[in-house]
Design a binder for this molecule. Structure first.
Ligand SMILES: *Cc1c(COP(=O)(O)O)cnc(C)c1O
Length: 238
C-alpha cells in the first residue's frame, strides 16, 4: 500500500474507533453515526485515497471547490455534501453536483435550489443550519423553533428538495459545557420540529460534531459527524 493510503487508513481507523467508543459510552450503536469526510482544501488525489479507503461521503464548504473536484472523482461516485455557506448565485453549481446540502439558512436559497434542481433534473436532501453558538460570524438560522420550523416547512413544500435534518457548528475553543449546550439546543429543536407534525418530514438526521468535539456531539445525539483534519491532517492552502 502506498504511504498516503496507509496513513489515511490508519487515521480513518482512529476516527472510527473514537466514534465507536463515544457511541458505546452512551449506549448507542456506532452504526447509527454517519461519517462525512470533510475534503475541503484537500487536492483530488488525497480525496481519491479517502474514497478508496471507504469514505463514500465527502463534505465541501465552497461551491467552486465542489465543481472542481466532483467531475474528477465521478468514476468513484462518492456522495457530495455541501457544508458551507451557499451564495444564491452558486445554487446552480450546487444543484448540479451536490447530493445533499446541510447549510440551508434562508427561503431565498430554498427557492434557488428548487429552481436549479428542476433545470438539472436532480433532487437534493437538505438540512437547515442553525446558529446555536449565537456567534455573529457563524451562518445559520437563529436558534429559535418558529424560525427553524418555517424554513423546514418551506423546504418540505418543494418538489425537488427533501428535509433530511438539522446541522450546527458548536462553539469552538474548548469550553466543553458551551459546546455541549449547542448540541443540546439542536437536539431540542429537532424535537420541536417533529412536534410541529409537518407532512412527510421526519428530521431524522442531526449533523453536529467535528474533529475536536465529535464525542460530545455523539453523546448529545449526533447521527452525522463531519470530520476533516482528524482524517486528512492539516488543511492545505487554497
Ligand atoms: C471544515 C468543517 C468541518 C471539519 O472540521 P475539522 O475540525 O477539520 O474536523 C466540519 N464542518 C464544517 C461546517 C466545516 O466547515
Amino acid at each position: 500500500m502506498p504511504d498516503a493510503a496507509a496513513s489515511f487508513s490508519s487515521r480513518l481507523a482512529g476516527v472510527r474507533e473514537r466514534i465507536a467508543k463515544a457511541s458505546l459510552a452512551v449506549g448507542r450503536d456506532p452504526g447509527t453515526v454517519r461519517l462525512i469526510a470533510v475534503s475541503k482544501t484537500q487536492p483530488t488525489p488525497a480525496v481519491r485515497t479517502a474514497v478508496a479507503a471507504g469514505c463514500g461521503v465527502l463534505g465541501e464548504n465552497r461551491a467552486q471547490e465542489l465543481v472542481a473536484k466532483a467531475p474528477d472523482l465521478a468514476d468513484l461516485a462518492p456522495r457530495w455534501v455541501m457544508i458551507g455557506p451557499v451564495q444564491t448565485n452558486k445554487a446552480r453549481d450546487v444543484a448540479r453536483w451536490a447530493d445533499e446540502v446541510q447549510s440551508v439558512d434562508r427561503v431565498e436559497l430554498v427557492d434557488a435550489l428548487e429552481r436549479r434542481c428542476a433545470q438539472a433534473e436532480r433532487t437534493l436532501e437538505v438540512m437547515v443550519q442553525v446558529n446555536t453558538s449565537r456567534e455573529a460570524s457563524k451562518h445559520g438560522v437563529a436558534d429559535d423553533a418558529p424560525a427553524v420550523i418555517d424554513l423546514v416547512r418551506a423546504i418540505a413544500e418543494r418538489d425537488r428538495l427533501s428535509v433530511r435534518g438539522l446541522m450546527t457548528i458548536g462553539t469552538l475553543g474548548g469550553d466543553e459545557a458551551e459546546t455541549r449546550r449547542c448540541f443540546r439546543a439542536l437536539a431540542s429543536l429537532q424535537a420541536r420540529v417533529r412536534d410541529a407534525g409537518i407532512d412527510g418530514v421526519a428530521v431524522d438526521d442531526l449533523s453536529m460534531g467535528m474533529s475536536g468535539d465529535l464525542e460530545l456531539a455523539i453523546a448529545e445525539g449526533a447521527t452525522t459527524v463531519r470530520v476533516g483534519t482528524a482524517l486528512f491532517g492539516p488543511r492545505r492552502l487554497r
